[in-house]
Design a protein around this ligand. Structure first.
Ligand SMILES: C[S@@+](CC[C@H](N)C(=O)[O-])C[C@H]1O[C@@H](n2cnc3c(N)ncnc32)[C@H](O)[C@@H]1O
Length: 276
């Protein structure tokens, strides 16, 4: 992720840390629900460091607090800190947005508010800063792999019509899109990005092989999968998979993988052919 900034601009005004909550090993308790795992720091030195700037900190860890990512969070493989944009708001009502310059529908998140929140959230970090945005570079497995090799990431979740362009320029933030559709806010996109990345961190998945063979890891989509029962609704498992011949099974899976990629994703197939 060399195209993302390592630190915020030095002279960016930094307000005192407010309303930041972190999730991590210090808060382990088998009886607690994910949101209840939010505690005050300290940060864990070796944990992959996710920082999220959002108007909806209560939406985190959300699904990331469950299953494998949730266990890894409790075990301190990664940590999560949210920064509540609202507490950086202006005036009595803590306003974070205003009408778009030049007119038009909706509201835009203010540069000063977002800038202060980002500078605070990112302090001391040497990892990339990303704004989740439909205008951004399309997120893919390669980006997840690159992020997993970083020490962490700082994510900015937009709301309304998005954020004032100046804050993006000032922090030289990388814009990343989860796809060609428009979400109401960046929180779901942030959770998807974090899920795809955290599962690649060493020790998160039980079976290390599963990231090697899955879709996209070798530029192809995955082959079909089957399990018991051997017969279901008149359909049986392909004979080769129950033959015990591992060479034939590997060959069949490779052929299926290539067939499905050709049929469904000609773009991936062309890229795969060029690679060879
Ligand atoms: C309603 S959207 C703003 C859309 C913006 N006015 C536009 O047309 O590009 C509000 C926020 O949702 C997030 N968002 C929406 N779609 C997204 C996507 N496809 N990928 C990542 N983030 C997205 C962004 O953070 C964005 O600032």
């Amino acid at each position: 992720m060399t195209d993302a900034p390592q630190t915020p601009p030095a002279e960016t005004p930094t307000k005192p840390v407010r309303e930041e909550r972190s999730v991590g090993r210090k808060s382990i308790s088998a009886s607690l629900k994910p949101r209840e795992l939010l505690t005050d720091k300290p940060r864990l030195a070796r944990a992959w460091d996710a920082r999220v700037v959002t108007l909806l900190p209560q939406a985190f860890p959300g699904i990331l607090g469950e299953s494998l990512t949730g266990k890894a969070l409790k075990d301190g493989v990664w940590q999560l800190e949210t920064t509540d944009l609202r507490t950086f708001g202006e005036g009595r009502h803590k306003n974070v947005d205003d009408t778009p310059s030049g007119g038009g529908a909706g509201m835009v998140m203010r540069a000063d508010v977002v800038g202060n929140a980002l500078a605070t959230a990112h302090r001391g970090a040497r990892h990339p800063m990303i704004y989740l945005s439909p205008r951004g570079k399309k997120f893919d497995q390669g980006m997840a792999q690159a992020l997993a090799r970083e020490s962490g990431v700082t994510l900015l979740c937009g709301r309304f019509e998005g954020v004032d362009e100046r804050v993006l320029e000032r922090f030289d933030i990388m814009e990343v899109s989860l796809g060609d559709f428009v979400l109401t806010g960046g929180e779901l996109a942030a959770q998807m990005l974090l899920d795809a990345t955290v599962r690649l961190l060493p020790g998160v998945l039980g079976n290390a092989e599963s990231t090697v063979e899955e879709s996209f890891s070798n530029g192809l989509l995955e082959h079909p999968q089957y399990t018991r029962p051997a017969e279901w609704e008149g359909m049986s498992i392909p004979d080769v998979l129950t033959s015990g011949n591992h060479k034939k099974i590997t060959q069949w899976r490779q052929e299926q993988s290539e067939r499905i990629t050709q049929e469904r994703r000609p773009d991936l197939w062309q890229a795969h052919l060029k690679k060879d």
